[in-house]
Design a protein around this ligand. Structure first.
Ligand code: IFM
Length: 461
């Protein structure tokens, strides 16, 4: 049988980790139950005018109470892995001090249930929900927050180090820095772009310290086989210049620098990109980089998670004070987020990641929001999502065929959920969430994905 198989299928390597992803604030709800502390997203969403229609994550998908049903849904899909995030303020309500046992117990129940169903738990320590108490002391602008994160991470490694085979420190630090502290569209809603470099440095430092804590803790778990691995999840989106004009090419490099290289270079080349430091140097406060910081940030990790959805086409724009660039809309299909459907982007994102490192790669998020509706017969016929997933998976397959070590793919998201400042207006799920009853309904894409997992491959379009 050829790699395409007799039925023209694109088969994935055996053991390929088929998963779906979520994040704590987006699905859990129970925002103030069982001792959970307030997070910056609680505060932000409770502030009028910050989130579409005033939506909040107070209830979200009520996963905190419905986790058992959700794990059963995952098992029905045949998921091999489930990527979720721990809510830091559920564990340490004020960011440090005494842990809240009821929060720890919640994640223990979840992890146990996943294991009972043979689903690999993949945990992210920080998916944007900083304890508000730490924000009140300056948040990620303060180096101390990175220290508190490392302590929280070390505690979680001691609790779950042996049960969770794949750990990610951060999800998309790009968003935390630029949207949280730059343009203020995300929590904590601060508009002080001059602080963005400092925030990036502290996020990356926190990552490095957490990795060191992981190595220290895991030596006492050396009997666990295979050894648990740790990495980071970055948003990696390819960028293309709108024209071959040198101004557009430079503008494009700046956007790529801000979004991708500001993270990839310190993590894998132990330096911040020179061109970006020069560009930002005139505008932003330079972080206080202490001796040894870059060694910590660039400490070896075991895998890189790639979150990728589309590409951006950029042109020069003298009116944009931050990057001197603007995004140029493209013709063709777009998702509900206004993101161009451009499957080649996932191939390019994986190649970009690979150009920095040979460690295993995982597509930790990929998916699409569309305006799904439940038909009178109860079905959700999301054919656009199926086409999106299939075409992107075909590009992942091509990347593997071209020699990249891509070990897994996580659809974003398991279920429709709280899409940050867009509230509940964007549906990314394989499962439709009926927000009035909180019932989950499998979309057609869920059945399609179940079949993909079962045969470990896709049929190209
Ligand atoms: O919903 C988000 C997720 O939390 C982080 N990555 C992008 C997704 C879609 O916008």
């Amino acid at each position: 049988m050829t790699e395409h198989g007799m039925t023209n299928q694109l088969l994935f390597p055996s053991g390929f980790l088929w998963g779906a992803a979520t994040a704590a604030y987006q699905i859990e709800g129970a925002w103030n139950e069982d001792g959970k502390g307030e997070s910056i997203w609680d505060r932000f969403a409770h502030t009028p005018g910050k989130v579409w229609r005033g939506d909040t994550g107070d209830v979200a998908c009520d996963h905190y109470h419905r986790w058992a049903e959700d794990v059963a849904e995952m098992a029905a899909l045949g998921l091999k892995a489930y990527r979720f995030s721990f809510s830091w303020p559920r564990i340490f309500p004020t960011g440090s001090g005494q842990p809240e046992q009821r929060g720890v117990d919640f994640y223990r129940r979840l992890i146990d249930a996943l294991q009972e169903h043979g689903i690999v738990p993949v945990a992210t320590l920080y998916h944007w929900d900083l304890p508000q108490a730490l924000q009140d002391r300056g948040g990620w602008v303060k180096r101390d927050t990175a220290q508190r994160f490392a302590e929280y991470a070390a505690y979680m490694f001691r609790q779950f180090g042996a049960e969770v085979p794949l750990w990610a420190t951060f999800n998309e630090p790009f968003c935390s820095a630029y949207f949280g502290y730059g343009n203020g569209t995300h929590a904590p809603g601060i508009r002080r772009p001059w602080h963005v470099l400092t925030v990036i440095h502290h996020l990356l430092l926190a990552h490095g310290w957490a990795v060191n804590a992981f190595r220290a803790t895991m030596t006492s778990h050396s009997a666990v086989q295979p050894a648990p691995a740790i990495g980071i999840v970055l948003a990696i989106w390819p960028h293309h210049p709108a024209s071959q004009n040198v101004r557009d090419i430079r503008a494009n490099q700046r956007v790529d620098g801000a979004m991708n290289r500001m993270f990839l270079e310190p993590l894998f080349r132990q330096r911040y990109p020179e061109d970006m430091l020069r560009h930002f140097g005139r505008r932003l406060i330079f972080p206080r980089i202490r001796s040894g910081d870059l060694d910590v940030i660039a400490c070896p990790i075991d895998f890189l998670g790639v979150n990728t959805y589309t590409r951006m086409v950029n042109a020069a724009d003298p009116f944009d004070l931050f990057l001197g660039a603007r995004q140029v809309a493209q013709p063709g299909a777009h998702t509900q987020m206004g993101w161009e459907v451009y499957p080649l982007s996932i191939y390019e994102a994986l190649q970009m990641a690979h150009s920095y490192t040979n460690i295993p790669l995982y597509v930790t998020e990929n998916g699409a929001a569309f305006e799904d509706v439940v038909a009178p017969d109860g079905r959700v016929s999301d054919l656009e999502r199926i086409a999106y997933l299939r075409d992107h998976l075909a590009e992942v397959h091509r990347a593997i065929r071209d020699g990249l070590d891509v070990r897994g793919y996580f659809a974003w998201s398991l279920m429709d959920n709280f899409e940050w400042n867009h509230g509940y207006s964007k549906r990314f799920g394989l499962l439709y969430t009926d927000y009035s009853t909180l019932k989950r309904i499998s979309k057609q894409s869920a059945y399609w994905y179940r079949d993909v997992i079962a045969r470990n491959g896709i049929e190209p379009s």
